[in-house]
Design a protein around this ligand. Structure first.
Ligand code: SF4
Length: 337
């Protein structure tokens, strides 16, 4: 699929949308089958971010009512992971912190220690979304059981300076490339409805394709009062969102992707159709700064569509491998693929 074809799909009329969805769904069926993956997150450190991303309630540049708190303890992070696995059916769990980077060594150690125990005591795939990371930091976390890095590009390069001016697109790309270089899976996507053009929505998809990311979270702006993005908010219509999903499936046929934040508000009564437009992943439970619908409702929606929850769990757990080899010292090597 080239840029011209992608533009035709994303810019199609409402009356063509269901036909496009049908084709996108066929691509999804071919590569992903009937299964839906569920991810969950914990907002492990909230607010007071030095960056000025226009949509973000956690930025210290904007006046929002977002609560701020320091990094949760390892015990709290692990408790959230276990609840996500037991109560929500999640198979992937991400530790998310506000801020451009995880600043202190102690914070990185707390996150690493949490990953190690999540790895040993659950079957979850471990992910972090903790801002800019260097290769040595990523290696340190990988040795503790990290499988996947989540680091959104947020939007197209050509639109990024309209969204954030306190750091560059290149910085975001560098973290993703470093993760790829050491063999981590990468989950990277963006947020839509910020005023970007259709071309820019596609530009982001092609950048993600070039980076060969494994998973693509699509977020639709849920405007938070006090943020600049809320002041210029123009809601995307549900059919526009479905065309966006279908277009991403055409461009990224083998990637995991789905609508994460904002799906209830953006899709309204058409929400179940996201899984028939090409999505094969979603986030269960609460989002970072807004409430999600009850997990039971998500599970019912998937069942009603005749789809199945993907229960595939992470095969390379530290505890499992360690037990097998009967040697505690192999822990740091298990993730060097
Ligand atoms: S999106 Fe991340 S980097 Fe940007 S303001 Fe929010 S917490 Fe900070």
């Amino acid at each position: 699929m080239d840029l011209k074809d992608a533009l035709k799909i994303i810019g199609a009329g409402d009356d063509e949308t269901f036909e496009l969805m049908l084709k996108a769904n066929q691509i999804k069926q071919k590569h992903k089958g009937n299964k839906i993956k569920l991810c969950a997150i914990v907002n492990a450190k909230s607010g007071k971010c030095s960056e000025n991303c226009s949509f973000c309630a956690q930025s210290a540049h904007h006046q929002t009512n977002m609560p701020s708190y320091p990094l949760l303890s390892s015990k709290e992070i692990i408790k959230a992971a276990k609840a996500a696995e037991k109560n929500m059916g999640a198979t992937c769990f991400s530790v998310v912190t506000s801020g451009k980077a995880t600043k202190t060594k102690a914070e990185l150690q707390t996150i690493g220690a949490s990953l190690e125990i999540i790895c040993r005591e659950t079957k979850l795939n471990r992910c972090v979304s903790i801002g800019t990371l260097t290769k040595p930091e990523l290696l340190e976390l990988k040795a503790k059981g990290l499988k996947r890095l989540h680091h959104n590009l947020e939007t197209a390069k050509s639109f990024f300076d309209q969204v954030c001016t306190t750091h560059t697109y290149e910085e975001r790309l560098a973290t993703i490339k470093a993760a790829k270089e050491i063999g981590l899976e990468v989950c990277s996507g963006g947020i839509f409805g910020l005023g970007e053009s259709l071309e820019q929505r596609i530009e982001l998809a092609f950048t993600l394709k070039e980076l060969n990311v494994e998973s693509v979270p699509i977020n639709i702006l849920n405007p938070i009062p006090g943020t600049p993005a809320a002041a210029t908010y123009r809601p995307m219509r549900p059919l526009e969102v479905l065309r966006l999903i279908a277009t991403y499936r055409f461009i990224l046929p083998t990637a995991d992707f789905g609508i994460f934040g904002g799906r209830e508000k953006a899709l309204g009564s058409l929400q179940p159709l996201m899984f028939l437009a090409g999505a094969n992943v979603t986030l269960v439970g609460d989002y970072l700064t807004t409430k999600g619908q009850a997990p039971e409702k998500d599970l019912q929606m998937i069942k009603d569509l005749g789809l199945e929850i993907d229960n595939e769990t992470c095969p390379d757990r530290i505890g499992a491998v360690s037990k097998m080899r009967g040697n505690r010292e192999v822990h740091s090597q298990v993730f060097e693929h």
